[in-house]
Design a protein around this ligand. Structure first.
Ligand code: GTQ
Ligand code: FE2
Length: 344
């Protein structure tokens, strides 16, 4: 017998439930909690633990046999679902010299950030995007993309995508490309040139709504680092840049936001919490973060999560440390659910 069996309306409740009705009054607190409660604890995936698996995947899994040689960092709190933190996955893609990862396109949105990818190229909608250190390459929804390693060494890059969000919405569409389409790879930077200069845009008389997905796909690391160098330091040592859609000044995609953060040794950043979820990649340097009740010591290529509504503060141990942070913030902004709190 359930806990409700002694109440005066017990028989009504049982009858309702048997007929596929739920009285709101017995479950109001369950379905309207007073605040968010992330399923997952904050988690760190150190590169040194991951590297042997990446090496095995490179040796044991031919690229011709698979869609992508990517390994996703998964949190066990999601009950076996392929999720890193709510709505998001993070992964590393591994390519051997000469590897071609077959072209495809899909409604899920993804980004990749070059960590050790010199010689690799991602082609997005017929534009060649070379993966220089610290480069960000977007694949907005339904953009064709394939990858090649034209270099002489194994390459690695960090991926993030909104796959759990799109699976939750059951809004996946996927189109395979052809492994034998030689022309796909024979392109130059193409229309990416139209987005190369910051502060300049193609003029148009067309009256149309601002596109929610960036038309610029390639954000060179050299430009990000130069701008971080130029930013004045804040009281808590944090200097942050947001990658933007040049046509709107808003987030790079409708569902994903990207940020570059530079920390200075000494100060810990003021703790903050937000309703959206974030994943941080350590681009350079060393440091530590307090996320919820966890404390992470991190170094280059480590990845950690900042689940929603969890306090987070970061600190560099080296003179400077750079983080790349990807989040689902635009989803919360679009739905008017964004809340951010900062410690006093
Ligand atoms: O590069 O196309 O890590 O489609 C997951 C899904 C990478 C990609 C991932 C993808 C890709
Ligand atoms: Fe893809």
């Amino acid at each position: 017998m359930s806990a409700t069996s002694n109440r005066p309306d017990a028989q009504l409740i049982a009858a309702l439930e048997a007929a596929d009705y739920h009285p709101l009054w017995t479950r109001y607190k369950q379905i309207t909690p007073i605040k968010p409660a992330a399923k997952d604890t904050p988690r760190l995936w150190p590169w040194r633990d991951f590297a042997p698996f990446a090496e095995r995947a490179a040796k044991e899994v031919p690229i011709e046999d698979i869609e992508r040689r990517a390994i996703i960092l998964t949190h066990p709190a999601f009950g076996g679902a392929t999720t890193t933190t709510a709505n998001l996955i993070a992964a590393f893609t591994i390519l051997e010299p000469g590897d071609h990862a077959v072209p495809h396109r899909h409604t899920t949105a993804a980004i990749r950030f070059a960590t050790h990818a010199e010689g690799a190229v991602t082609i997005v909608n017929g534009r060649r995007c070379e993966m220089q250190p610290g480069d960000l390459v977007l694949t907005p929804p339904m953009c064709w993309h394939g990858h090649i390693n034209e270099g002489t060494r194994r390459t690695y890059w960090f991926d993030a995508a909104n796959i759990p969000l799109i699976c939750g919405l059951d809004a996946n569409f996927f189109e395979p490309g052809s492994r034998s389409d030689e022309q796909f790879w024979k392109v130059d930077e193409g229309d990416e040139r139209l987005y190369a200069a910051s502060g300049l845009q193609v003029a148009s008389d067309a009256v149309q709504p601002a596109p929610l997905q960036s038309g610029k796909y390639h954000y060179p690391g050299v430009a990000t680092r130069a701008m971080l160098d130029a930013l004045p330091r804040t009281a808590d040592g944090e200097r942050s840049l947001r990658y933007t859609n040049p046509q709107t000044g808003g987030p790079v995609m409708a569902t994903l936001d990207c940020q570059a953060t530079r920390l200075a040794r000494g100060a810990a950043t003021r703790a903050r919490r937000a309703t959206h979820n974030a994943i941080a990649l350590v681009v350079s340097g060393e440091g530590c973060s307090t996320v919820g009740d966890q404390r992470f010591e991190w170094q280059q290529d480590d990845v950690f999560t900042i689940p929603h509504w969890t306090w987070a503060s970061h600190q560099a141990r080296s003179p400077e440390a750079d983080l790349f942070i990807v989040s689902d913030r635009p989803v919360f902004e679009a739905l008017d659910l964004l809340r951010i709190e900062r410690e006093a």
